[in-house]
Design a protein around this ligand. Structure first.
Ligand SMILES: [Zn+2]
Length: 288
């Protein structure tokens, strides 16, 4: 499995900063905000219509992508996230979300470090001390590890936001829908919380979400199911031609193994360890 989180070029393409062309007049700004608030507060999308719109958005995302080849794509770029979000804005949000967000500055990014959250929406306020002004920008980030290790070598039914997903594209869409509600709430009400009644009400009416969580396959789950490796267990591995035995301390893309060594670093159990980062496939449970 290879995953491309986007090149610099596509990062720049996905960045819609607040250049002067994106700036709205006060009147345009308040019109978009009012209409967006009205839409997400009252709009109800019937299930059959939602299903066909989501399918259309998925197809158009694939067709417009140079990286994504099919619904279980193995590469995707930052601009694919931006294009998908823009389609959601057009089909579900009346085209009012993007102009508002771009007025401030809006970016999309895949993260290779997010290993428990499927996505996040971040508002950053920059203080320009010289000119004594504040500048706000928004960023939507999706987890590459969670999406790319789900629908991969270990299979089970996957629900994201309470909706059963049968491929990676559908899981990506559910996460994007969730994050777009965060963005809309921040733009309209300044605050957003997916545990709140307002968020869940919007998520249900627009996208049919019944939960605000995902059960994508985490690195810990994959390590356990596919390699029989868990945090806390004793494992052995070859390193520089020698067999070493240690304890699994953490599992991310690789496992962190602590091997007792009098010359190592002192840990809070009073013992000294050397730390190794080892690919999961190179570990075996140690014989007891
Ligand atoms: Zn959330």
């Amino acid at each position: 499995m290879t995953s491309l989180y986007g090149r610099r070029k596509s990062l720049n393409q996905a960045r819609s900063g607040n250049s002067t062309s994106n700036l709205l007049t006060n009147q345009q700004f308040s019109q978009h905000r009012q209409q967006l608030q009205h839409r997400v507060s009252h709009y109800q999308v019937p299930e059959h219509q939602r299903a066909s719109l989501c399918q259309l958005i998925g197809q158009e995302t694939l067709q417009g992508s140079r990286a994504m080849k099919d619904a279980n794509f193995t590469t995707a770029s930052h601009s694919d996230l931006s294009r998908m979000a823009q389609l959601y804005d057009r089909h579900f949000l009346g085209g009012h979300c993007f102009p508002l967000a771009k007025h401030f500055g809006l970016q999309f990014r895949w993260s290779s470090r997010m290993t428990s959250n499927g996505g996040k929406t971040v508002r950053t306020v920059h203080h320009d001390r010289l000119r004594n002004v504040q500048r706000t920008s928004y960023e939507i980030v999706l987890s590459a590890p969670l999406l790319f290790q789900t629908f991969n070598d270990y299979q089970r039914p996957i629900r994201v936001t309470g909706v059963l997903c049968s491929n990676r594209l559908q899981a990506m869409q559910r996460i994007m829908e969730h994050e777009l509600i965060h963005l809309v709430e921040m733009l309209v009400w300044d605050n957003s919380c997916c545990a709140s009644a307002r968020f869940q009400n919007i998520a249900q009416r627009l996208f049919g979400h019944t939960e605000h969580k995902h059960d994508l396959i985490t690195q810990q789950e994959r390590a356990e199911r596919k390699f029989n490796i868990r945090v806390g267990m004793q494992v052995c591995f070859q390193f520089e031609g020698r067999l070493r035995v240690g304890r699994v301390n953490r599992i991310t893309r690789r496992a962190t193994i602590l091997v007792e060594d009098p010359a190592g670093q002192m840990y809070d159990d009073g013992l000294r360890y050397n730390k190794y980062y080892i690919p999961l496939a190179h570990l075996a449970p140690a014989a007891k």
